[in-house]
Write a protein that binds this ligand. Structure first.
Ligand code: FMN
Length: 499
């Protein structure tokens, strides 16, 4: 909804959302799991529905709501066709398609035999897709990874399509391209599919979409019908929106002297939290002043923003408050997700403003007073940043690239993110993608250390080249400029593993 809110009503119809991956067996086994992960109605989904909800029933809630959350694909992982169909039956009245995850490369997917680990069993994949194709009222689609060769990937895609998939989303990385081996997605493999599959095949391309301009580049390079963005959209929820006209009077969008710009973090934060007030908490959001612009007349702002998370106002005795705390603990996934979402959104800002980082780290799910306070801290920081930029813009343009990244410019072009970092870099108050260093860069920079076994393996694969290795490192440890373990906090939960 946040991403859609930055698009025109017309263009937002082209934005298709996917639910996170849901585990089909867990989805059919427990009401609690369904309640927690998919909320199309206010009451629980108790039986697999077999009819469409009529009109705007008052029981309709968030997921797949015709007014606010369509088009929507619901994604499952599964390895039993019957379980997958039963799970899909619950959701089909509230979505536009059911998607099968064939991309998840994580250990948990290996252990549970789903996601990309079904690649070894094409027969099972066929049965899973075909079961939905023959029995569901909505289309079935699939998200796959590329395989070790273009020819094999083509055969794989042909099998998936022959089973009845209406759309294939192709992540241009192989299954083992994860963690330090993530690297770049191979768009040429997608172009090969486009050229060799029937022209009416609907293909969505996934991988390497960091910012708005990449969408067009990817469509051109791959010939795909659409692009999917996951991480890029988390760091910059405005990624799919066309930037506003340069002449428009838009307080939410910042532009530098060189014309480069992006949406301000305080603006996106406000929209995010206001969506939560309106749709989740269902109460009015606080009245907000217009966002600050340096051209505004200067007023004396006497308000004090605390970097402490405010205590909730509650005059009941401490004992009673303690007893009730469990009941008050919000389990709404929408509230639980606030902290990790904000860490993504505010990444460059919290790297500089540790008071914001610390307050966010201490925040508890559903404590809206704390998030309001953090919003004020962010607004104050952005105000300082904007004034500082106006006073000395050179400071921001000169410090374009940190030295250590400059040093990497002599790495091979394909093994360097220097140009990408340069193109994406904005002042810290502007939403921007996180450009993950490639393996060679991370090693050279010393932000990644590897076990002896991994080093040997990589040397064998001749990847290491001239990169320096830290001596004696026992385990793989990626700092990636976070330095504060934030990324670790964002590990997906068991049933919703990243694909
Ligand atoms: C936090 C996170 C959660 C993800 N969850 C899913 C998921 O539930 N299902 C899925 O198919 N892929 C999932 N992915 C993988 C993405 O869909 C995508 O394939 C991958 O991140 C590469 O695309 P990107 O460069 O746009 O992020 C997830 C990725 C991230 C970063």
């Amino acid at each position: 909804m946040l991403t859609r809110s930055f698009m025109t009503p017309e263009s937002s119809k082209d934005l298709l959302a996917y639910t996170p991956m849901l585990h089909a067996r867990m989805f059919i086994e427990t009401v609690k799991f369904r309640d927690h992960h998919f909320q199309p109605t206010r009451s629980s989904l108790t039986t697999p529905a077999n009819k469409k909800p009529d009109g705007f029933s008052s029981d309709l809630y968030l997921d797949g709501h015709p007014k606010i959350d369509r088009p929507l694909f619901v994604q499952f992982c599964a390895n039993s066709p019957d379980e997958l169909l039963e799970a899909a039956r619950y959701v089909e009245p509230y979505c536009d398609a059911v998607d099968l995850n064939l991309g998840c490369p994580q250990g948990i997917a290996r252990r549970g035999n789903y996601g990309a680990f079904l690649q070894e069993d094409w027969n099972l994949i066929y049965k899973l897709i075909n079961k939905l194709h023959l029995n569901l009222d909505v289309p079935v689609t699939a998200k796959m990874r590329i395989l070790e060769s273009k020819e094999k990937t083509l055969q794989y895609a042909q099998m998936i399509l022959s089973a009845g998939a209406s759309v294939i989303t192709v992540h241009g990385r192989q299954r083992d391209q994860k963690g330090h081996k993530t690297g770049l997605a191979d768009w040429s493999a997608l172009r090969y599919l486009r050229a060799n599959l029937p022209p009416d095949t609907v293909i969505f391309a996934n991988g390497n979409i960091l910012r708005h301009g990449d969408i067009h580049r990817c469509l051109q390079a791959t010939g795909a019908d659409g692009v999917m963005s996951a991480e890029g959209n988390l760091y910059d929820p405005t990624i799919f929106a066309k930037p506003p006209d340069a002449e428009s009077d838009n307080r939410e969008y910042w532009r530098g002297r060189d014309g480069k710009g992006g949406y301000r973090m305080d603006a996106v934060f406000r929209r995010y939290i206001d969506i939560l007030y309106e749709h989740v908490l269902e109460k009015p959001s606080p009245v907000r002043k217009p966002l600050f612009l340096p051209s505004d007349p200067l007023t004396q702002d006497t308000s004090v923003i605390s970097s402490e998370v405010p205590e909730e106002e509650d005059e009941r005795p401490a004992k009673k408050r303690k007893r009730d705390h469990k009941d008050l603990k919000p389990t709404s996934p929408n509230l639980l997700a606030i902290q990790p979402h904000l860490f993504h959104l505010l990444r460059p800002l919290v790297t500089k403003h540790h008071n914001v980082r610390d307050a966010l780290g201490r925040s508890r799910a559903g404590d809206m007073a704390a998030y309001e306070n953090i919003l004020q801290m962010v607004e104050a920081a952005v105000k300082d940043g904007l004034l500082d930029y106006d006073a000395d813009p050179d400071k921001y343009e000169e410090s374009d690239l940190p030295d250590e990244i400059e040093q990497q410019a002599n790495l091979d072009k394909e093994e360097s993110t220097v140009a990408t970092v340069k193109a994406c870099k904005r002042p810290w108050w502007v939403c921007q993608p996180y450009v993950r260093p490639l393996l060679k860069e991370a090693l050279a920079k010393g932000s990644l250390t590897m076990s002896k076994k991994d080093k040997r393996k990589l040397e064998e694969e001749n990847i290491l080249g001239k990169a320096k290795l830290e001596q004696g490192g026992k385990s793989e440890r990626e700092k990636l400029d976070m330095g504060d373990g934030m990324h670790e906090e964002e590990m997906p939960k068991e049933a919703m593993v990243a694909g």
